[in-house]
Ligand binder design. Sequence first.
Ligand SMILES: [Mn+2]
Length: 311
Amino acid sequence: MEVKNYAGISDQYAKLDNAKIILIPVPYDGTSTWQKGADKGPEAFLEASANMELYDIETNTEVYKQGVYITDTVTENTSPETMVDAVHQITKKYIKKNKFVTLFGGEHSISIGSIRAFEECFDNLTVLHIDAHADLRPEYEGSTCNHACAVYEASQKTNLIQVGIRSMDAIEKTVMNEEKTYFAHDMARDEYWMDNVIEQLTDNVFITFDLDALDPSILPSTGTPEPGGLFWYETLEFLKSVFKEKNVVGFDIVELCPNENDKSSDFLAAKLYYKMLSYKFMGEDVDHQYEGAQVSKDSSSKIKKVNLNND
Ligand SMILES: [Mn+2]
């Protein structure tokens, strides 16, 4: 993949030293079971990002000025396990540099690696899983690192909150905590679902966003489009509240499966990513150092953590 600066920003904003934000491209598509093509996701996302206006009207900000550094692409694909290891290592490496780390997939199995890194580095982590699918199988097709297992480990080690779910296997009910699951058919009739989700989040939140959570009418280009999904403005309203109320420590976006003849999904993914950054940094001075992973001795502080020495 040809890597240029994110969104065509100038070098001054794209260098590692100046960047608060890290973008790790992971074009992995080794375990998807139906339509292939998530390996083309990062490239299509970056191309769409380069064609996007960089002033955000809603927040009145230009978040790219916080600096966005694109890392080397994670190309390890010998097995699902080695890919997950590679994602885990690189994610942790940049968290320890005190950066706001984001990833773009690839299919959802990449999140096993990113979640593992965040779980090791942040206390009391919530994984906010936005997806059409429960992804709770302990193992699938002989691997614990299949996309169908994306958040099984998170369910065991973190406060896992699942939002938008509308497709699962009966066996996943044995793992699922229904108290912390927001099914799409309930959300459609419950005006308080956003408030209820936010009440269940701990202070530190990692968001794993599977694009198939969105309705296929607004995002058709994904491996397994499921009817009955989230729409654009409710998604933004929800994300904005999460970023406002909690310390979002990083996020990944997965499962863009681009269609050459319809770029609208690529563009939606680019805007979604940029919106999430805009919400994260909307109150933050460009010259202010990023403190997301700083050790805080004040236990009442919103920003906690932190195992920067733990390998
Ligand atoms: Mn999914």
